[in-house]
Structure formats: structure tokens, C-alpha cells
Ligand binder design. Sequence first.
Ligand code: BJ8
Length: 382
Amino acid sequence: MSNNNLPEIFETFNDARKKGFITMKEEKDKGRNVVGTFCTYTPKEVIYAADAIAVSLCSTNDETIPEAEKYLPKNLCPLIKSSYGFAITDKCPYMYFSDIIVGETTCDGKKKMYELLGEIKDTHVMQLPHSRNEFSIALWQNEIKELIKRLEKKFNVTITEEKLKESIKLCNEERKIIKEFFNLGKLIPSPIKGSDMHEALQASNYKFDRKLYMEEIKKLVDTLKEKHEKGESPFTKNTPRILITGCPTGGLVDKIIKQLEEVGSSVVCFESCVGTKSFEMLVDENKDPIEAIAERYLNIPCSVMSPNDERMDIIKQYIDEYKIDGVVDVTLSACHTYAVESEKVRRTVEGCGKSYLQIETNYSNSDSGQLRTRLEAFVEML
Ligand code: BJ8
């Protein structure tokens, strides 16, 4: 097991997705409402203010892709095909238990897939603007108001300003604690493997008792800090340090993150939706809650935004803060926005004098060996 040197508390993150099924069933039996989500742009504060549970429905394996390909083009991002495949085959309990699904018009594939998904599940699609200016903020605020109305009607609840403020506070608290967890990656050497960090972060989507999850993360941070002080780490001071950026990596842990570590590097930072995109930036607690939520979420530096210079700025900042040696930019097949933006990422990384590797892949294991050779050559060069 990869987490030999980790505290016992880490056990609770192992296979959180699988274990979460039981908790979700128990919550449903108690009468809790569930909202399925697909994207970091979904304002979770609104879901919590409706007293509902938010669960990620992004699928991470290729099991249902052949079924999805009966209805969707083969040349489509695996995340979209796999998620739709789980919906039509009824193989994902989280999809099954979701009372409503909230999606956003992010990339073309996802927004068109939601139309089909809407035929089998109650689906609410938020119209996400693709730029950041005063008109976009106004539009996005309106979309947040529409989501509020939809959830109020669906669950027969009232989402008051007070409730929104409470959930803003709760989510901000979570972000601050997770930030402490990210900061472990800045230590030299990092006291935690990137693959283990990834697992603990992904567990966030399937731990429905948020307070308990925060307690677990806090304990993990404290124990790992102690280990660092005692000089314990799976790495040495000279292990090359990697930043992962790009598409969501939930389905690529074995192929990319673990292999990067097996060939001698240390993954210390995730500029992606499992990492900083979900947890950086707080919602301003002193503003009108809807305006503050709209601003925070529109600032997420995803490639569906144009322009998206904020992503380049943040990559430069992380290269400096995490003392990065090399950046691995991961694109899921047929994800055009991340694929095209990779040119700007390359220029940014190389402009900082660091090494850059772009990988395009999907959820199948067929290219694992070939990827290992490329990762090995990259790490050797660092
Ligand atoms: S905020 S990264 S979760 S859109 S589905 S864009 S991989 S072609 S997932 Fe995403 Fe929200 Fe952005 Fe994050 Fe590409 Fe695939 Fe589209 Fe994707």
C-alpha cells in the first residue's frame, strides 16, 4: 500500500468513493436531499444553504464508455462519456440517489451531454459566461438566483440570506484547512506523496459529514508536519518536484501520478480541479452573498474561460512557491480548451526556466507503458 508512512487517519480516505455509498444511503433514508454535480463552477454554498448534500458525479473509469459510445461520439472527452455511461447503465449509486443534477455550460461536450442526461434525470443547467467582466458577473449572479429558486422549489425549502452566509463561512473554513494541507507540498522534501494527497483531496467529494472531514484533514496535516520536523519523508531534498496542471486527474492517478513518483519524482502541487481550482480563493464574507459567490466562482481559472491569463499567473506563482522543477500538463482526449491552452502553459513554464511536458490521454490503460517511458525521460532530465 502506498500510504505506509501515513498516519492511521489516512485510512478513512482510502476508497472514499466506494465507502461513501453506504453513508449516502443512510442519509437518504433519513430524508436528506442530494444534488449531483459535475464541475468546480457549481456554487456549493447554495446547495448547503438548501440543507442538501452535494456529490460529484464525474466518473473516473472507462467501464461504461462502450455503452455511452452507442449514443455519444467516440471522439469525445472520456470524463463526459464515462459519466453519461454511468447514468444510462444505472451503475453509479450517487447518480441514482441524486434528486437533481446541476451542470454548467462549460465545454461544448458537457453542455450537450446535459441535454441527454435531462431525459433521464432532473437536470438544471447554469449558463456559465466564458469571460470575466461586469456583464458576466451580472449574468452569473442571475444564474445563481435561478439555482436558488430551482432548489427551493425542488426541496420545498427557503434559502435565506442568513443560510447563504452560514454556508459561505463553512465553505471558507474548509478552504482554509485544505490550504494548510496544500502547504505541506511546499515543504522540502514533501512529507506526503502526491498520489496520497490526491486521494485525500478526492475524498472531499464523498465525505458528507464536512466537519468530520475537516477534522481528519487537520489531524493529517499535524501528523505530517511532525513527521517533516523529524526528517521523515518518502523523498529526499533532491527529488525533482512536479506541478500537475490541466484536466481533472481522477481517472489518471495510477497512469500519471503514481508512475511519476515511481520513476523518481515528487508531485507536490495540483493546479487542477482536484486541487487548487476547487479550494483556492475565499468568498468575500463582507459582501452581498450572491454577488460574493458569483465573483469567487467566476475567478476559477479553468480553460473554458477566455482569456484565461489568471491560470498562467497562478502557475508562475506556484512554480515559485512550491519550488517546482517540472510541470506536467494533462489533457483528456478531445478536451479542446485545455489542449489549445497548453501552448500558453508551455510558454509560461518555459519562460520561468522550468521543464514542461504535455500529455494527452484517456481512461484506458493501453498507453500506460508508453507514458511511463515519457515520464521517465522527463524526470531524468530534471
Ligand atoms: S472547472 S476543468 S470540472 S470544466 S468535461 S472541460 S476535461 S472536455 S472537466 Fe472541468 Fe469544471 Fe473546468 Fe474543472 Fe475538458 Fe472534458 Fe470538458 Fe472537462
